[in-house]
Design a protein around this ligand. Structure first.
Ligand code: HEC
Ligand code: HEC
Ligand code: HEC
Ligand code: HEC
Ligand code: HEC
Ligand code: HEC
Ligand code: HEC
Ligand code: HEC
Length: 479
């Protein structure tokens, strides 16, 4: 059984009135503020705030403020130092801290104020807090003051295996509600128990002032880290082992990993594991756009010359990836590739994870097209869309039962019963007999003429008006 984490830092009682949680931030964010330092900003403090923590023996131990200073006499002065008259490397003496000034009025020496902490301890208002301008913090010894973390470079274990769906993210994760990253629980909000304003992780870390020193950025950020492995730099301090050992006793009967109420820590409940390790299968963040897959088209053949709405069904037409500034939804376009390789890119009128509705323009030439969904660099399977020529009769004439038809989309004739290709007079029992059939012209013997003619081609059928030339009724000229 794990022991309850003992943080070297407890709650500053003077800043927060705090009680054992009758209420709790469940589900977060923000998380409870039971462990460690409240997730706040501490770079605009005044003396009273310092004393709030440093004169409360439940927060800062050991010793009173005067004694802690005086115990330093004889020790070596670090660099940097808060001692107003101290030289780093030499030993503290009374006058390193207590400076005497000559007073013209009283003709005597008096002490420069030595009560206001901020006269000696540097804070950069709004930028850096006193603690993080100390020699310990600047030498990356974070553990000197912070319990539940590791020090960068102390040799603790950081995984090097390839990232996968369960790799935690630094911000929100890819789960439906943001599970899978620290910010799913640790995010800005108001702690319902203390009323304390909780800040987001970027603010709590940057407001320490460690970030104002340019060479400190890489303590927490590796700009060259492969996508999806950003958390590994955080593991310089939040190592696997330290993260898996942070837990609050939710039910006052000892810490029982897996059997606590969710959201009281990192290992109390299955939901806590999911909070850091969660994901949705369709949104592998490290691989960017998930490969889309087309299952079906609402029509696999459409007719050239008409704008046609096509509904494409499948999966992963959209997914969410973690961008540098937050989650980004990536969406697919529809690409129609003709036999000669020419591509037409169409933007869907509407898109969801499993459905795209796209308008195929009237201008698309007849032919076979490979339809794919393309999302970033990810290309789906291809399905075929046949754009059929429109079967059209533009003119027809009939002389002595021979019908001449011009038009388009006739394709080819197959001289066989039931071939689906034929020419016929309206209401006629038998088809005409075809003598010429090209894509644009048909000549056929129909025995007689009519004012209308029907063509049945592989691409469909069409009926057109016929100009009848009544040559047969003319009297032959006598010689
Ligand atoms: C001298 C003690 C001390 C050292 C060393 C120290 N800190 Fe802190 N840290 C504090 C105290 C006290 C606070 C709360 C008050 C403040 O921010 O100044 C704090 C606050 C923080 C916070 C915000 C806390 C929260 O829960 O939101 C972060 C992040 C942090 N420190 C990071 C670091 C890192 C990183 C290092 C090492 C490079 C470090 N600290 C070294 C004392 C220290
Ligand atoms: C939120 C509580 C809190 C507040 C507010 C706070 N401190 Fe601290 N401080 C701590 C804790 C906790 C430590 C680390 C444990 C220790 O040294 O006792 C610490 C450590 C220090 C140290 C030791 C640095 C070292 O090198 O070991 C100094 C100096 C210090 N604080 C000065 C200040 C001053 C000045 C202020 C006001 C501007 C202040 N603190 C406000 C909690 C606080
Ligand atoms: C590291 C800095 C430092 C050194 C060195 C130091 N002092 Fe102090 N001293 C302080 C501070 C800070 C206070 C104020 C503490 C407070 O306000 O609670 C203080 C307070 C005092 C007080 C007032 C006592 C009180 O309870 O308020 C006396 C007296 C004093 N110092 C004498 C000395 C003498 C004598 C020496 C050398 C032997 C010395 N100090 C060395 C920082 C120092
Ligand atoms: C007159 C200058 C001075 C004043 C005023 C002062 N300090 Fe310090 N303090 C120092 C010096 C010098 C050190 C030793 C660290 C260094 O050299 O930077 C120190 C060290 C500390 C330490 C760490 C002691 C240790 O355990 O090593 C704490 C905690 C601290 N100060 C808190 C405070 C608080 C809180 C106040 C205000 C009530 C305050 N100081 C006022 C000069 C001062
Ligand atoms: C499932 C929710 C959840 C997720 C996700 C989560 N935490 Fe926590 N974490 C908590 C809770 C609850 C606490 C206890 C807070 C308290 O009561 O003070 C906590 C405490 C901590 C603490 C102890 C110090 C403090 O300031 O409270 C650290 C450090 C921490 N988490 C780091 C992380 C990091 C790093 C990640 C992302 C890798 C992360 N957490 C993700 C719920 C979560
Ligand atoms: C002590 C650790 C720490 C240091 C040092 C630090 N950062 Fe951050 N930074 C964080 C954390 C934690 C986040 C929040 C990460 C997240 O939510 O994905 C963050 C977020 C960011 C972001 C995302 C935007 C935002 O603010 O949310 C940028 C950009 C950034 N940091 C730049 C920097 C730069 C530049 C430096 C150096 C000047 C720096 N950081 C130093 C911890 C740190
Ligand atoms: C150089 C050490 C260091 C690095 C690297 C670091 N942190 Fe922290 N982090 C801290 C310290 C110290 C605390 C405060 C723990 C406490 O309350 O005592 C903290 C606290 C947290 C917490 C708990 C909430 C809070 O603000 O206290 C979260 C979440 C967190 N860090 C996320 C991150 C993320 C995400 C990254 C990477 C972008 C990161 N940290 C990198 C030192 C670090
Ligand atoms: C606060 C966030 C957080 C929580 C909560 C959390 N983990 Fe982890 N876990 C991590 C991180 C970070 C890693 C390292 C991942 C990486 O770098 O690829 C990790 C790694 C692991 C590993 C691989 C260990 C190794 O040595 O490589 C296992 C197994 C694991 N976690 C299981 C769990 C289980 C089970 C739970 C719930 C009881 C849980 N984790 C809760 C953050 C968390």
């Amino acid at each position: 059984m794990l022991k309850k984490i003992l943080c070297s830092l407890a709650m500053p009682a003077a800043l927060l009135a705090f009680a054992v949680p009758a209420m709790a931030n469940v589900p977060p964010p923000p998380v409870n503020q039971i462990l460690g330092i409240p997730d706040g900003v501490f770079n605009n403090l005044v003396e009273a705030n310092c004393r709030g923590c440093h004169e409360d023996s439940t927060v800062v131990n050991p010793g009173t403020i005067p004694d802690r200073h005086h115990l330093l006499v004889g020790a070596t002065i670090p660099d940097p130092t808060a001692a107003p008259a101290g030289t780093p490397g030499s030993a503290y003496e009374c006058l390193s801290c207590h400076q005497l000034v000559w007073n013209d009025q009283t003709f005597s020496y008096s002490f420069v104020s030595f009560r206001d902490c901020l006269l000696c301890h540097e804070q950069q208002a709004g930028q850096a807090s006193v603690h993080h301008l100390t020699a310990k913090a600047l030498s990356n010894d974070c553990k000197a003051c912070h319990g539940p973390i590791d020090n960068p470079g102390d040799g603790h274990y950081i995984p090097t295996y390839a990232p996968s769906l369960v790799t935690p993210q630094t911000g929100l994760g890819t789960g439906t509600n943001g599970e899978g990253g620290c910010a799913f629980c640790h995010n800005a909000g108001v702690d319902t128990v203390s009323g304390f304003t909780v800040f987001n992780n970027a603010t709590t870390h940057h407001s320490t002032g460690l970030g104002i020193l340019p060479d400190k950025c890489q303590l927490c950020h590796d700009v060259h880290a492969p996508a999806g492995t950003e958390i590994r730099q955080c593991e310089a301090c939040h190592g696997v082992n330290s993260l898996h050992n942070i837990q609050v006793d939710s039910d006052a009967n000892g810490i029982d990993p897996g059997a606590e109420t969710a959201y009281y820590g990192h290992i109390g409940n299955q939901d806590d594991c999911w909070g850091c390790h969660g994901f949705t299968a369709l949104s592998a963040p490290y691989s960017g756009p998930v490969i889309p897959d087309i299952a079906s088209l609402s029509a696999s053949t459409i007719t050239a010359g008409f704008a046609t709405q096509l509904t494409i069904s499948g999966v992963a037409f959209t997914n969410v990836v973690q961008g540098p500034l937050g989650p980004i939804e990536v969406t697919s376009t529809v690409v129609l590739e003709a036999a000669d390789g020419t591509q037409t890119v169409l933007t869907p009128d509407s898109i969801s994870e499993d459905t795209m509705v796209v308008m195929v323009p009237a201008t698309m030439a007849a032919g076979n097209y490979a339809v794919t969904a393309v999302k970033g660099g990810s290309i789906s399977n291809s399905v075929n869309l046949a754009i059929l020529p429109a079967v059209k009769i533009t003119a027809a004439s009939c002389t002595s039962g021979t019908v001449s038809i011009s038009g388009s989309g006739f394709s080819q004739y197959v001289n066989a019963e039931g071939s689906g290709t034929s020419v016929s007079l309206p209401g006629a029992m038998a088809d005409c007999s075809v003598t010429i059939w090209t894509d644009t012209r048909i000549v056929a013997q129909c025995g007689s003429c009519d004012t209308s003619i029907s063509v049945d081609s592989v691409f469909g059928d069409a009926t057109g008006a016929v100009t009848v030339n009544n040559i047969i009724t003319k009297k032959p000229r006598r010689r």
